[in-house]
Design a protein around this ligand. Structure first.
Ligand SMILES: [Zn+2]
Length: 446
C-alpha cells in the first residue's frame, strides 16, 4: 500500500462546493489522493469533531511595505499574520514599499527580501505609473500578476496616479499582451470638489469621498475597457452605487472583475465613532444600506472576490492628530481577521461557509491564474486550513501577528478559529524566528 508523507482525515472536507468525509493523501507538497480511506501516512492528522478542512485563503490584495516602510509592515510579520488567519498565498501590492514595484529591478529587490522571510506564498503586482508607461511588458514578462494604477492621488508621493490619457495608454499597452490592470477607482475631480478640512467626525470624512467619486471613476474605466478590449479589475469596491454600471458592463461582455473587502461587508458608518481612525480607509466604509447591497451583489455574482486590502501603517500615523480623519493614514490591517470577520457576518446572514471560501479562496486563485491553489483536488497544492467554524474568539489588536497593534476589529467577537495552516503539506510555524516556509510565485506566462 502506498504511504503518503501526510494524511489528513476529516468528517467535513470541502471538495468543490461539497462537504465530504475524506482522507487526503499528500506527497511532495501536493494532494495525491482523495478517498474514503483508509490511507497510510508518515504523519496523520485527524480532525477534531468541531473542525473542517478547507483550502487556504488566497488574498490578492496585501500591502507589505518592505523594504522602505518596514516599520509599517514587513514580510515576516505580514506572512505570520496571514498564516494565523488561514491565508496561504498573498499577492503584494506595488506601493507603499520603497522602491515601488514599477521596474524589474524593484521587483527583484522585493523578491529578494520576501524570499528570506515569507512564511506563506508570495506573489507580486506591478505598478502602472506615469513614469513607466511603455515599459510594462518587461514587468509582465518578469512574472507580475498584473498592474495596479490609481486614478487619484495614491497617498504616497513616489506612486503617481494616471490621468485620463495615461489610463488609455496603459490599457492599450496592457491589452497588447493580454495583461490585467487593477484599478483604485476614485475620481480626482470629484474628490477635489468634496474636499473638507477633516476633523474627528466620521460622517464628514465619508462626505469628502462620496459615492460619485467611485461611480465616476468606474464609468471611466468601463469606457476605456470598451475602447481598448483590455482586462480590468476594480479594487476594493465600497460604493454599491457603482453596481448597476458594472453589471451592465459585464453583461455587455466587457472583461471587468470586481472585488470588495471584509471591512465594507462587516462594518458600517453607523458604528464608527468620532476620532475612530482605525476605521479610516479609501474609499471609505459607507452606511448599513450600502453594506446590505454589497452582500446582495456578492450573492448574485456581481462582485467576484473578497480580499483584505491589508494596508497598515504605524500606530502613530493611524491615530495622527488625535483622530483627525483628514490626516490619519487610510488603511486597514485585515490579513489575520479577514476570513473570520467575513464568515461571522455571512453566518449571521445565513450564507454558508462554502460560499465564503468560494469568494476568498477558489475565486481569488482563479482571478490570479493560480491553477493549483484554492481547491482541494488531486494535483492541487496542499495549502490547507484546519478551521473550527463554530468556535469563537475576541480580537485583541495587541495579540495579532501583524506589526502594529491597530485593528478595526479590536474587541469584536468573531466566529471561525484557525487551528492549523498547512503550506505544501507542512504545518506553518508562526513562532518568531521560525524558518521561512513560503515560496515566491510568478504569474504563469504561456
Ligand atoms: Zn490597497
Amino acid at each position: 500500500m502506498t504511504s503518503f508523507d501526510l494524511v489528513v482525515r476529516g468528517a467535513y472536507v470541502l471538495i468543490g462546493d461539497n462537504w465530504r468525509a475524506a482522507e487526503i493523501g499528500i506527497t511532495d507538497g501536493v494532494i495525491a489522493a482523495i478517498t474514503a480511506g483508509p490511507l497510510e501516512g508518515a504523519e496523520v492528522i485527524t480532525l477534531a469533531d468541531d473542525e473542517v478542512l478547507v483550502p487556504g485563503i488566497v488574498d490578492t490584495h496585501v500591502h507589505v511595505n518592505e523594504p522602505g516602510r518596514t516599520e509599517w509592515e514587513g514580510f515576516a510579520s505580514a506572512t505570520r499574520a496571514a498564516a494565523a488567519g488561514g491565508v496561504t498565498t498573498i499577492i503584494d501590492m506595488p506601493l507603499n514599499s520603497i522602491p515601488a514595484t514599477t521596474t524589474v529591478e524593484a521587483l527583484d529587490v522585493k523578491r529578494a527580501v520576501a524570499a528570506e522571510k515569507a512564511m506563506v506564498n508570495v506573489g507580486f503586482w506591478g505598478g502602472a505609473v506615469p513614469e513607466n508607461l511603455g515599459t510594462l511588458r518587461e514587468l509582465h514578462d518578469a512574472g507580475v500578476f498584473g498592474f495596479k494604477a490609481f486614478l487619484a492621488p495614491s497617498g504616497v508621493d513616489e506612486f503617481g496616479h494616471l490621468d485620463a490619457e495615461q489610463l488609455e495608454r496603459a490599457l492599450d499597452e496592457i491589452a497588447a499582451f493580454d495583461g490585467l490592470l487593477i484599478v483604485h477607482a476614485e475620481d480626482p475631480g470629484v474628490l477635489e470638489a468634496h474636499a473638507n478640512d477633516g476633523g474627528v467626525d466620521y460622517h464628514r470624512f465619508v462626505e469628502s469621498r462620496p459615492d460619485a467619486a467611485e461611480t465616476t471613476a468606474i464609468e471611466r474605466v468601463i469606457a476605456v475597457v470598451r475602447r481598448t478590449g483590455a482586462r480590468a479589475h476594480i479594487l476594493h469596491l465600497s460604493s454599491a452605487a457603482a453596481l448597476p454600471a458594472l453589471r451592465a458592463a459585464r453583461a455587455e461582455g466587457l472583461k471587468i472583475t470586481v472585488e470588495t473587502c471584509p471591512h465594507y461587508l462587516t462594518i458600517s458608518e453607523e458604528q464608527i465613532g468620532d476620532g475612530a481612525t482605525q476605521f479610516k480607509c479609501c474609499p471609505p466604509i459607507r452606511d448599513d444600506a450600502n453594506r446590505d447591497a454589497l452582500w446582495q451583489a456578492l450573492v448574485d455574482g456581481d462582485i467576484d472576490i473578497v480580499v483584505t486590502d491589508h494596508s497598515p501603517s504605524t500606530a502613530e500615523l493611524k491615530y495622527a492628530h488625535g483622530g483627525d480623519f483628514g490626516l490619519a493614514w487610510g488603511g486597514i490591517a485585515g490579513l489575520q481577521t479577514g476570513l473570520a470577520a467575513v464568515w461571522t457576518e455571512a453566518a449571521r446572514r445565513e450564507i454558508p461557509l462554502e460560499r465564503v471560501l468560494g469568494w476568498m479562496s477558489s475565486a481569488t486563485a482563479r482571478f490570479a491564474g493560480l491553477d493549483t491553489k484554492g481547491r482541494i483536488a488531486v494535483g492541487a497544492d496542499a495549502d490547507l486550513v484546519v478551521l473550527a467554524p463554530d468556535a469563537t474568539f475576541t480580537v485583541e489588536a495587541t495579540q495579532l501577528q501583524h506589526k502594529n497593534p491597530v485593528s478595526a476589529y479590536d474587541g469584536r467577537e468573531l466566529r471561525g478559529v484557525v487551528r492549523r495552516t498547512l503550506l505544501a503539506g507542512r504545518t506553518v510555524d508562526i513562532a518568531p524566528g521560525a524558518a521561512p516556509t513560503g515560496s515566491l510565485l510568478s504569474a504563469a506566462r504561456p
